[in-house]
Design a protein around this ligand. Structure first.
Ligand code: PBG
Length: 329
């Protein structure tokens, strides 16, 4: 009785309605957080060569873009800033009139219900492209914490709904929580890029955000791709420091990590489908080598299946449209 021919799993795959009835994971536009790159100027909508469909937007253009996103059902965005000038300590990151600090209220005016998250990091703002303060070729952890806390605070003051530190300094979640609470921003959540690997998949992002390090690499602060137990340590530390949500990054090459972190934490868990993953899919699609909507949706379902609650992806608006067009069937 307990095997073929009495058991036939194909019975539950007989048609689209039956398949939908027994489907274990779902995908919706509301699962996504869409990354936006904000640039100085007006009327700027500059395409990123290695990321087809992704742009640097000036603030006036991003106001239009978030209206389009809201119409597609996207409920959250995360902001990255391209400052007009950079310096040694990345002062553009915590400038109260900085690019992100001005974009936040503009977006909230355009679409008040949009959840505006901000990437908290120094690398787009420093002349050397590293994620904090350097001494010689060494990145200093504790002095960087102060700048990160200042940056997060400036975002909260500008009206950010969530701050998301991506620098990978030790102790930054606690430093940011303490700074926010001291100014009555105790209700602003922290989404920590808790498990962030030193990855080659960030290549196209560094074009989009102009944030490639001018010397060395990020291996002394981002994680070694060979390590999995260390991911659980990072996730546990950030949770203990007061993170409200955790993230694993990149996505597809790290599904095992996503699954393991999911087993460990009850916090909402996000995954970042990063620029290189997006670029690879776009390149293959442009060559006609893959069925793009199908591959993109399969990728997003894999994230949900592996335990992600939220997905940061450059595909968000297209996938939202494809879901509407019936591609989930
Ligand atoms: C750092 C940051 C990076 C990404 C998000 N935040 C780049 C890096 O660490 O070098 C990468 C995102 C992507 O590749 O899509 N501020």
């Amino acid at each position: 009785m307990s095997s073929f021919p009495s058991l036939r799993p194909r019975r539950l795959r007989s048609g689209p309605v039956m398949r939908e009835l027994v489907r274990e994971t779902t995908l919706a536009a509301s699962d996504f957080i869409y990354p936006l790159f904000i640039a100085p100027g007006t009327g700027v909508r500059k395409p990123i060569g290695s990321m087809p469909g992704v742009f640097n937007f000036s603030i006036d253009e991003v106001e239009r873009e978030v209206v389009r996103l809201a119409e597609l059902g996207i409920r959250a965005v995360i902001l990255f800033g391209l400052p007009p000038t950079k310096d040694e300590v990345g002062s553009g990151a915590f400038d109260e009139h900085g690019i992100v600090q001005r974009a936040i209220p503009a977006i909230k005016r355009a679409v008040p219900e949009m959840i505006v998250m901000t990437d908290v990091c120094m690398c787009e703002y420093t002349s050397h492209g590293h994620c904090g303060i350097i001494e010689g070729e060494r990145l200093l952890n504790d002095p960087t914490l102060e700048l990160l806390a200042k940056t997060a605070l400036s975002h909260a003051r500008a009206g950010a709904d969530v701050v998301a530190p991506s620098d990978m300094m030790d102790g930054r979640v606690r430093a940011i929580r303490t700074a926010l609470d001291a100014e009555n921003f105790q209700d602003v959540p922290i989404m920590s890029y808790a498990v962030k690997y030193a990855s080659g998949f960030y290549g196209p992002f560094r074009d989009a955000a102009d944030s490639a390090p001018t010397f060395g690499d990020r291996r002394s602060y981002q994680m070694d791709p060979a390590n999995a137990r260390e991911a659980l340590k990072e996730a546990a530390l950030d949770e203990a420091e007061g993170a409200d949500m955790l993230m694993v990054k990149p996505g597809m090459p790290y599904l095992d990590i996503l699954w393991r972190v999911r087993q460990q934490t009850n916090l909402p868990l996000a995954v970042y489908h990063v620029s290189g993953e997006y670029a690879m899919a776009k390149a293959a699609a442009a060559n006609g080598w893959i069925d793009e909507p199908r591959v993109a949706i399969e990728t997003m379902l894999a994230f949900k299946r592996a335990g992600a609650d939220l997905i940061l992806s450059y595909y968000a608006p297209e996938v939202a449209q494809w879901i509407r067009d019936g591609h989930l069937q």
